[in-house]
Ligand binder design. Structure first.
Ligand code: C2O
Length: 527
């Protein structure tokens, strides 16, 4: 397996708001590699963002690259991961940003902070899994397990010894920094007999609320407070996670678990906590969209004087993108296992995105050499009357292209993402690089441009970098294009990215020096 510094999950990076990070990545494996700092805004430092062929050519075997960026105006939990092919299945780790010195959290100071990173595991080389899927045009083999901090847990005999244990003291508050680094599955997570208080998502504080279960999509992070019981509970507790699955696709139907264990007080005589009863949490049903909707509706920006929600109140450009799974023709050297002898493809506005291979989009843009690399005509159609949630049309074919949408500096953007049911409805966690956005509205069925915007929340919508486009529904987001560069946007279900559910925005430089992309570093990898 490919790892960083021989560790799995990879090393934890702990920084502070305002810090400048210099991270040298040396490639000692036989794969091309690149690393993305997921959720870091990379203001003016797009060269350090990391997606292969988008902002850089990959780092080749024996080569190195120094990622150089400053963390501006962000604090909370993010993560880093490989951003090429499926290498992020094993190449990932927490990226924790503490507030500036002397700036407290807007909630109870935790006794301890604990990163909990969910992953997905194959008893195979994940690169071979996706290579085979692309070759056959069918779906990839499902994973063999989910993991918590790299460990599948005690629910299966084969992995019982590989269990993450959280040892706690009674009567304390713990900050759990939850990260979903799984490739292809949104996850429910719960700890038996304990309530969690959500305080932060995607490194943005939210209005705190209590819940027994959280829902977390690949690419999302959630900070929760866990208050331990005031008295020794004479029990141990399971924490577990399993998928929220909306598609007809197959998924790994296993449950990952870890153990919450209380330190035994000295006045209690006990030989081993193994003799204590073990309580298990109840998780929502696999397809519990009603839970998913209620949960996402509870997420609101803190919107306090110290942490205001700067929601764009006016919009310069309205965009409407459909998000679909579809098919594309089978190549002559393939025997495709997709629907009717086709191969699976996925698209936004019917374009299945193709990455360049001889350079990166950002280099092509920055050096004025986009001509042979991409076109700036991403199809921006007005809302066409089409029932996106009705019966599948006969033609599910998508088109291919490297088409980008161009935004002048400081454009205020509203983007409606509409799930379609062309090959069945499915929730898609859409991730935008380079920005946070505000989730101003969401709903089921077809977005109605006359009615729905009237209900938008422009006061305290949640701000984040990854949002689930609801299965058979839509979500509306707003962001200010104040970061010059080329910014990838894609489904964080990795198989959908492999199938083309991705695109990129070009944000042009502004007039002032602090509105321009800085020049590329000298060690920027070559293709
Ligand atoms: Cu978490 Cu484009 O990535």
């Amino acid at each position: 397996m490919v790892t960083v510094n021989g560790q799995f999950p990879g090393p934890r990076i702990v920084a502070r708001e305002g810090d400048r990070l210099l991270i040298k990545v040396v490639n000692h494996v036989q794969h091309n590699i690149s690393i993305h700092w997921h959720g870091i805004r990379q203001l003016q430092s797009g060269w350090a963002d990391g997606p292969a062929y988008v902002t850089q050519c990959p780092i080749q075997t024996g080569q190195s690259y120094v990622y150089n960026f400053t963390i501006v105006g962000q604090r909370g939990t993010l993560f880093w991961h490989a951003h090429i092919s499926w290498l992020r299945s094993t190449v990932y780790g927490p990226l924790i940003i503490l507030p500036k010195h002397g700036v407290p959290y807007p909630f109870t100071k935790p006794h301890k902070e604990v990163p909990i990173i969910f992953g997905e595991w194959w008893n195979a080389d994940p690169e071979a899994v996706i290579a085979q899927a692309l070759q056959t045009g069918g779906g990839p083999n499902v994973s063999d397990a989910y993991t918590i901090n790299g460990l599948p847990g005690p629910l299966y005999n084969c992995s019982a010894k590989d269990t993450f244990k959280l040892r706690v003291k009674r009567g304390k508050t713990y900050l759990l920094r939850l990260i979903n680094a799984a490739l292809n599955d949104e996850l429910f997570f719960s700890i038996a007999n304990h309530t969690l208080t959500v305080v932060d998502v995607d490194a943005i504080y939210v209005k705190p609320f209590e819940t027994n279960t959280i829902l977390i999509a690949p690419g999302q992070t959630t900070n929760v407070l866990l208050k331990t019981k005031p008295h020794f509970p004479n029990a141990t507790f399971l924490m577990s996670a399993r998928p929220y699955a909306t598609g007809q696709g197959t998924f790994d139907n296993s449950t990952v678990a870890g153990i919450l264990e209380y330190q035994v007080p000295q006045n209690i005589l006990m030989h081993s906590t193994n003799t204590l009863p073990l309580f298990k949490p109840t998780l929502p049903a696999l397809n519990d969209t009603s839970f998913a909707t209620k949960f996402s509706n509870k997420l609101r920006s803190l919107a306090s004087p110290q942490f205001p929600a700067n929601v764009p109140q006016n919009v310069d450009r309205h965009f409407f993108f459909t998000v679909s799974l579809g098919t594309s023709p089978c190549d002559s050297n393939q025997t495709c296992q997709g629907p009717n002898g086709t191969k699976f493809a996925a698209s936004m506005n019917n374009v299945s995105f193709i990455l360049p291979i001889t350079t990166s989009l950002l280099q092509a843009h920055h050096f004025g050499q986009s001509h042979a690399v991409y076109s700036s005509n991403f199809p921006i159609s007005p809302l066409i009357p089409f029932n996106y949630t009705g019966t599948p049309p006969n033609n599910t074919m998508v088109s291919n292209g490297t088409k980008l949408a161009v935004l002048p500096f400081n454009t205020s953007v509203e983007l409606v993402l509409q799930d379609t049911s062309i090959l069945g409805a499915e929730s898609h966690p859409l991730h935008l690089h380079g920005f946070n956005f505000f989730v101003v509205g969401q709903g089921f069925g077809n977005f109605d441009p006359n009615k729905d915007p009237k209900k938008f929340n422009l006061v305290d919508p949640v701000e984040r970098n990854t949002i689930g486009v609801p299965s058979g529904g839509w979500v509306a987001i707003r962001f200010l294009a104040d970061n010059p560069g080329v910014w990838f946007m894609h489904c964080h279900l990795e198989v959908h990215t492999s199938w083309g559910l991705k695109m990129a925005w070009v944000v042009l430089d502004g007039e002032l020096p602090n509105q321009k992309l800085l020049p590329p570093p000298a060690d920027l990898p070559k293709c």
